[in-house]
Design a protein around this ligand. Structure first.
Ligand SMILES: Nc1ncnc2c1ncn2[C@@H]1O[C@H](COP(=O)(O)OP(=O)(O)OP(=O)(O)O)[C@@H](O)[C@H]1O
Length: 309
């Protein structure tokens, strides 16, 4: 079942096109990664899904019903944290949660709030003032607040931004738990491919408001599309032998100091044995996915306005 679908969504701020003809759909059970560099249009899209800003054109469907920004009942399917979650620092985590529970569409028993605190790892810390919370704790309280009305879909805008490594690991784990154990559908944004790669089942890359690619993470990050970069010293003999081997088709570029191949990473040990047997000195072998390369290229091109995309 499709939870959210957008059709040709567009939004302009003055003459600036922030979101451009964006169509995608999020199905129940997806952890849907929204990847794009800063300014790509991720937050703007999320804000439109939540009725916080109006699209200039295009349609949004929530569970099959057209959402124009007025159908408040459709928003009860969604919980969200967009940018920094709003909360009262001088109140405790518990009091914050109670305030949002009261604003909810239905009465929420305290037992449910304790359950949510347990889930986000804040049980026992709920009486502390929020201003004494770490950034990671604040983010997790934000998720607790987004969860009070038991939504089917959670929208999390860059939830790992500003967190330390431990906070990032905890947030990733929480997203996985919410999906696997609580059946939540999740839309999560990031500007880092490896963040999305670790939690998402499907993903979309957007750039300058437009969709670049979309698909299942396992298909998009297919291992046979891995780029293997080898730094080596080779006299010419090794390259000749490599060109005559079964890896000849995999070679993307080669010179006396650097070799780039597109191949499955499982084959690297065999390739390395061949290179060593030809007398080449292998100094370093690194792998990265071609999608990562592509994404870095997009970011790089955008950083340099004189380069055309
Ligand atoms: N209310 C607004 N008025 C004018 N421009 C805006 C407004 N909101 C967003 N923008 C611009 O639209 C572009 C897209 O912003 P958006 O916040 O959607 O990007 P993002 O992909 O979420 O990136 P970030 O991670 O930096 O928030 C940015 O260039 C931003 O400056």
């Amino acid at each position: 079942m499709t939870i959210i679908e957008t059709q040709h969504l567009s939004k302009r701020f003055g003459s600036f096109q922030a979101v451009d003809d964006l169509s995608f759909s999020i199905k129940a059970g997806d952890v849907y990664g929204f990847l794009g560099q800063n300014g790509a249009g991720k937050s703007t899209t999320m804000r439109m899904l939540l009725g916080l800003i109006r699209p200039d054109s295009g349609k949004i469907f929530i569970k099959g019903s057209l959402y124009t920004g007025k159908e408040a009942h459709l928003l009860s399917y969604i919980g969200a944290i967009i940018e920094r979650p709003d909360m009262y620092g001088y109140l405790s985590g518990w009091d914050n949660l109670k305030i949002f529970a009261r604003l909810s569409f239905r009465p929420i028993p305290d037992s449910r709030l304790y359950e949510i605190l347990e889930l986000v790892g804040l049980r026992g810390r709920e009486q502390d003032k929020v201003r004494a919370y770490s950034q990671g704790m604040k983010q997790r309280l934000g998720i607790a607040i987004a969860m009070v009305h038991n939504p089917e879909l959670l929208i999390l805008d860059e939830p790992t931004n500003g967190l330390d490594p431990q906070g990032i690991a905890e947030m990733r784990q929480l997203i996985k738990t919410l999906s696997a154990d609580y059946g939540k559908t999740i839309l999560v944004s990031s500007h880092l491919l490896y963040e999305i790669e670790q939690v998402a089942t499907r993903m979309i890359i957007i750039h300058k408001g437009k969709k670049i690619v979309e698909g299942s993470v396992s298909e998009l990050l297919n291992p046979s599309e891995t780029l293997i970069e080898i730094n080596w010293n080779n006299s010419g003999e090794a390259l000749q032998q490599l060109s005559a081997s079964r890896w000849s088709q995999a070679i993307q570029s080669a010179d006396t100091s650097r070799l780039l191949l597109k191949m499955h990473p499982d084959e690297v040990p065999q390739l390395n044995r061949l290179l060593v047997s030809t007398g080449a000195d292998v100094l370093q072998i690194r792998s990265r996915h071609s999608l990562e390369d592509y994404f870095i290229q997009l970011t790089h091109d955008a950083a340099d306005p004189h380069r055309a995309l």
